[in-house]
Design a protein around this ligand. Structure first.
Ligand code: HCI
Length: 394
């Protein structure tokens, strides 16, 4: 039987991670997988996480099960972080999941149970795993225009035109902030237009929120999703704690379902818990507990926001420095958009052959679509990375 297993190509992003690890050339630069790195090129455990872990080690007396949907305290803490006061708590169902990807999967599962004929609209481009999970589940999806490669910004008119063609039964996936892979986000006025259009068509938004705090700040980054929650009757959210808490391998995630009424939220809550039971029963707890402790203890929370701000400033500083270095190397403003975008990623406009050449000839690693991870740069590597990019993209 197992000899009949079909072949599957490795994940493109994780494949770059492997190629980089195998490269023995000194001076290699990794702008591949979306993992934060500090100015020394490390992905450290956040100091506040170390503190929370030490306290947990002392305090925790049992590893007994909590609940299929995860700890209600974790739900409340994450709901507050993402949605603030945008919607009454009794209209929100919550599910702890293994990572943001687990939340994406459970949101799609719930959407399909609500509507077996659901169609998902993805921004073009989007994180590749959105489409690949939908394909695996056999859920129909289509793209909506999103990115304007000529400006490095939003194709605002195209996006709104395509979203206006959605309807009841459609699920529209939006990146809450720090769009992956483009770094191009809707501005507040754009979010208002998105909310208006979806209000008219009756399509339900699903927000993938993997980088809150990496763009302009915890509150600013959540403004778009909160506006949707205030304006529209329903919404799904897939939240990740991997990046903003640096808890990648602990798999901290949450699916949130904003429902039209408290009664519908109660039913959604039971359904979400059932989805966990069918997949893996109880969600991982260790990382979720650390996040809960950090968000609910005022001192830990202050330490966290301070640390997170420094991470954000490092990435935004790298954006400005790279844009400046590219301007000097290329003698043009064509890479200026990098400075104005937000989050970990930008598309530098390289085709797969140019990406391969930069990797093979110069040990500069990025994703095949020309996506770079800004956090992969350091003050030492920026000048060389800029020289390589400018030379290959002449
Ligand atoms: C990313 O690099 O886009 C985020 C990290 C990631 C990549 C592939 C699978 C899961 C997570």
């Amino acid at each position: 039987m197992l000899g009949q297993l079909p072949e599957r190509a490795p994940d493109k992003i994780l494949n770059i991670m492997r190629l980089f690890a195998e490269d023995t050339r000194p001076g290699k630069i990794d702008l591949g997988v979306g993992v934060f790195r500090d100015a020394a090129g490390r992905t450290p455990v956040m100091a506040v996480v170390k503190t929370a872990e030490a306290r947990l080690l002392e305090r925790q007396q049992t590893k007994g099960y909590i609940a299929l949907a995860g700890d209600p305290e974790f739900h409340a803490a994450m709901r507050g972080l993402v949605l603030g006061a945008a919607v009454a708590a009794d209209r929100v169902a919550a599910l702890a999941t293994p990572g943001g990807t687990g939340a994406v999967r459970q949101c799609f599962e719930a959407a399909r149970l609500a509507n077996p004929d659901v169609r998902v609209l993805l921004p073009e481009p989007s994180w590749p795993n959105h489409a690949s999970i939908l394909d695996t589940m056999g859920i129909a999806w289509a793209s909506y225009r999103y990115y304007d490669a000529a400006t490095g910004g939003l194709d605002r008119a195209g996006m709104l035109e395509d979203l206006a063609r959605t309807g009841v039964g459609d699920l529209v996936l939006l990146h809450g902030c720090c769009h992956n892979p483009t770094g191009a986000d809707p501005q507040p006025a754009d979010w208002a237009e998105i909310a208006m259009v979806l209000g008219q068509t009756g399509a339900v938004p699903m927000v993938d929120m993997a980088y809150q705090g990496f763009g302009d700040g915890l509150e600013a980054d959540a403004a778009g999703p909160r506006l949707l929650a205030e304006t529209l009757p329903e919404m799904l959210l897939a939240v990740s704690g991997s990046k903003n808490f640096g808890l990648y391998r602990e798999r901290v995630g949450m699916a949130l379902a904003v429902c039209a009424t408290p009664a519908e939220a109660t039913r959604a809550q039971a359904l979400l818990a059932w989805l966990n039971r069918q997949a893996y029963a109880f969600p991982p707890d260790h990382g979720a507990r650390l996040v809960t402790d950090i968000l609910t203890d005022p001192d830990l929370r202050t330490s966290w926001t301070t640390e997170l701000s420094a991470m954000r400033e490092l990435m935004n500083g790298n954006r400005r420095a790279l844009a400046q270095a590219l301007q000097a190397e290329s003698g043009s403003d064509r890479f200026g958009f990098i400075a104005g975008q937000r989050g970990m990623f930008s598309l530098i406009g390289a085709d797969p052959a140019q990406v391969a050449a930069m990797r093979d000839e110069d040990a500069l690693y990025m994703i095949g679509d020309g996506r770079i991870n800004l956090a992969g740069l350091t003050p030492e590597t920026i000048p060389r990375a800029a020289r390589i990019i400018a030379r290959h993209l002449r």
